[in-house]
Design a protein around this ligand. Structure first.
Ligand code: UD1
Ligand code: UDP
Length: 388
């Protein structure tokens, strides 16, 4: 079976790597396609080095742009590639523009489409990622869900049972595989930090960093918290300009975006993590480190219900009160089911066997020719009325 695995930006690399490994271990031919949505060495190259990902087989070099520009450029570059490579399956991960772009192309081109991290829903349509998640799931054949809440969302939206597979969390596969290596990082020494004596912050959601008024409020809260606990903030390039314009309060230290192993080491050693990242909510839960999420909602409720995550919103007074409460009484750690380091094995099993018993043609049964007919599973969800 020939599989195209797609990655494009920072949160994709740690999700795609274990899936590639699990597929290759079972004899699949895997091609890694990198869209180039992220391209700075600190947002890209360091992850290939840290995680031992081989250089991409194809690089699309898309770069930055508006949503339409970026999505359109990926689609235009991915379509001829897909026709040339003619894979049986395309695997997309997460919820970035590259995910949606490659999903849309695949859905019309013929190969089966597998979405890793299917079913996550914030129900916040102001997030570009929510549009990407819902639209990607809609055109996917295999919906590979990380947690039971994601399965519930997919069922509520009317997807067929045989499309939905509860596989667990691939990001945690990578975390567990690399945790011991991360703990040998010298990042604490380099930054002059002591274990348990600092807070770690990440900010990159447009709703938090694009509006100077909102960002000013968040920085006010960080300044107040830094009076109790010094904070270190690896700066996402999206936020760099505005952080420099507004200026950060004393006690908040800006550092460049961290590599994967360094960032896991920082999370592991932090007393609390403040974030608007999706993946960091999950990693802190797996590490048992308290996490305060600077958003009003999360598409990862399992991290609140079963993990160490608390939603604090964006109001400065509420954020500071929440952080103080968490520092005084940290939430008890508990790792959700199937966040066990084996999610990618389950995914490979589904993709190579066609999943649970159903009438879908197995990918391996289908001819691989450039002009092959668009053999799709019957009664795809797009034949139904979408209930949202
Ligand atoms: C993207 C994803 C978001 C994900 C985040 C992870 C979408 C819609 N958004 O957001 O879901 O959480 O990545 O980090 O796909 N830039 C650089 N260097 C880079 C990459 C970006 O300087 O290597 C700057 C550019 O000014 C660019 C801006 O960051 O315009 C935003 O990049 P973009 O990929 O469009 O979105 P992110 O905010 O990174
Ligand atoms: N991460 C990292 N360095 C950083 C910030 C994040 O290595 O400075 C890692 C983090 O450990 C997680 C992933 O990047 O594995 C999350 O990506 P990001 O926050 O950019 O995107 P999101 O998950 O919000 O889509």
């Amino acid at each position: 079976m020939r599989v195209v695995c797609v990655a494009g930006a920072r949160p994709n690399y740690m999700k795609i790597k274990p899936v590639m490994d699990a597929l290759e271990a079972r004899g699949a031919e895997v091609l890694l396609v990198h869209t180039g949505q992220h391209y700075d060495p600190a947002m890209n190259d360091v992850f290939f080095a840290d995680l031992g990902i081989r250089p991409p087989d194809r690089f699309l070099g898309i770069g930055s742009g508006s949503h339409a520009e970026q999505t359109g450029r990926v689609m235009t570059a991915f379509e001829p590639l897909l026709a040339e490579v003619a894979p049986d399956v395309v695997v997309v991960v997460g919820d970035i523009n590259s995910t949606l772009a490659c999903a849309l192309v695949t859905a019309k081109a013929g190969p089966l489409l597998a979405h890793v991290e299917a079913g996550l829903r914030s129900r916040d349509w102001s997030m570009p990622e929510e549009v990407n998640r819902v639209a990607t799931d809609r055109v996917s054949d295999y919906l590979l869900a990380p947690s039971p809440d994601a399965v519930d969302n997919l069922r509520a939206e009317g997807y067929r049972e045989d499309q939905i597979h509860l596989v667990g969390n691939v990001m945690i596969d990578t975390l567990l595989a690399n945790l011991e290596r991360a703990r040998t990082s010298d990042v604490l020494d380099r930054f002059g930090l002591a274990e348990g004596a600092f807070g770690l912050v990440t900010l990159h959601r447009p709703a938090n960093v694009d509006d100077p008024e909102v960002l000013t409020g968040l920085l006010k809260a960080l300044g107040e918290i830094a009076g109790r606990l010094p904070l270190v903030l690896p700066v996402h390039p999206r936020a760099a300009g505005r952080l420099a314009e507004i200026g950060v309060p004393g006690g908040v230290r800006l550092v460049p975006p961290a590599g994967y192993l360094d960032f896991i080491a920082l999370q592991d050693a932090a007393r609390v993590v403040l974030t608007d990242s999706g993946g960091v909510q999950e990693e802190t839960t797996a590490l048992g480190v308290p996490c305060v999420t600077l958003r009003d909602n999360t598409e990862r409720p399992v991290t609140v219900e079963q993990g160490t995550n608390v939603l604090a919103g964006r109001d400065p007074a509420r954020i500071t009160a929440t952080v103080h409460a968490v520092l005084d009484a940290p939430p008890a750690p508990r790792r959700p089911d199937l966040w066990d380091g084996r999610a990618s094995d389950r995914i490979a099993e589904v993709l190579l066997t066609g999943g649970t018993a159903d009438s879908r043609p197995r990918p391996t049964d289908r001819p691989r020719t450039k002009a092959r007919p668009k053999a799709r599973p019957k009664a795809r969800p797009k034949d139904r009325t979408f209930p949202i």
